[in-house]
Design a protein around this ligand. Structure first.
Ligand SMILES: C[S@@+](CC[C@H](N)C(=O)[O-])C[C@H]1O[C@@H](n2cnc3c(N)ncnc32)[C@H](O)[C@@H]1O
Length: 214
């Protein structure tokens, strides 16, 4: 993201219609007793700030590439030792930062090339503790150009403001890749136009295989 897109995003972050609704579903699916939570492409720490409200014991790791975003997160979390900031490019394999009870992400992974999204899902599986949850609140591709235009109209942004670093991908491919990585209970838990919440749970006993029965 360019500096201009970072500034514009931070200005608009609270203005996306229905965003709070999707985020509240995400918050419902991250256990209250999750101790270690990793946020990929954490930006200014919006999601970790929401998560820490009901999780006083949590230790959060905010990972992002952008120094501008990390500076905003540093300001937000000043004096809070529960939140650690890590500068890292998600195009590269995840750094060795331990294991997590939950990995979350919001409107970030869509900046990666599709093959990197796929390999990242495998790495997320590996850093999760058994029973851990991955919740990705994501900007996904519309199935048609008409719906793409409808999304931009609905958020009140002209199409010319579209971020050229976006690599939008449909929901179905991403759900398939989560299953391929080994996640269970994979589904789209919430969706509105191009905003979707994709969740998968690492089986409590790896090798247990996904549950297919109702
Ligand atoms: C639209 S912002 C979302 C920020 C935050 N998660 C939120 O929901 O407000 C996308 C974020 O992804 C980060 N990002 C984009 N590409 C990245 C990469 N290759 N590695 C790490 N972070 C990246 C950007 O710096 C930015 O903070």
């Amino acid at each position: 993201m360019s500096a201009e897109h970072v500034a514009r995003y931070l200005e608009l972050a609270d203005e996306y219609p229905r965003r709070a609704e999707g985020e509240s579903v995400l918050l419902d699916h991250v256990p209250r007793d999750a101790r270690r939570i990793l946020d990929l492409g954490a930006g200014d720490g919006r999601l970790l700030a929401m998560l820490r409200i009901d999780r006083p014991q949590m230790h959060g790791v905010a990972l992002d590439l952008s120094e501008l975003m990390l500076e905003a997160a540093r300001e937000r979390f000043a004096g809070d030792e529960r939140i650690e900031l890590v500068r890292h490019d998600l195009a590269e394999p995840l750094p060795a930062i331990g294991r997590f009870d939950a990995v979350v992400s919001s409107m970030a992974i869509h900046h990666l090339e599709h093959e990197r999204k796929r390999s990242l899902y495998g790495e997320i599986f590996d850093v999760l503790e058994p029973g851990g949850v991955f919740a990705n609140f994501e900007h996904v591709a519309s199935p048609t150009h008409r719906l793409h235009l409808a999304f931009y109209a609905a958020i009140g942004e002209p199409l010319e403001h579209e971020d050229p670093s976006d690599r939008l991908l449909d929901v179905e491919s991403q759900l398939a890749w989560l299953r391929e990585a080994g996640f269970d209970d994979v589904d789209c838990y919430w969706k509105w136009l191009e905003m979707a919440l994709l969740i998968g749970v690492k089986p409590a006993q790896v090798g247990q295989g996904p549950t297919s029965e109702p």
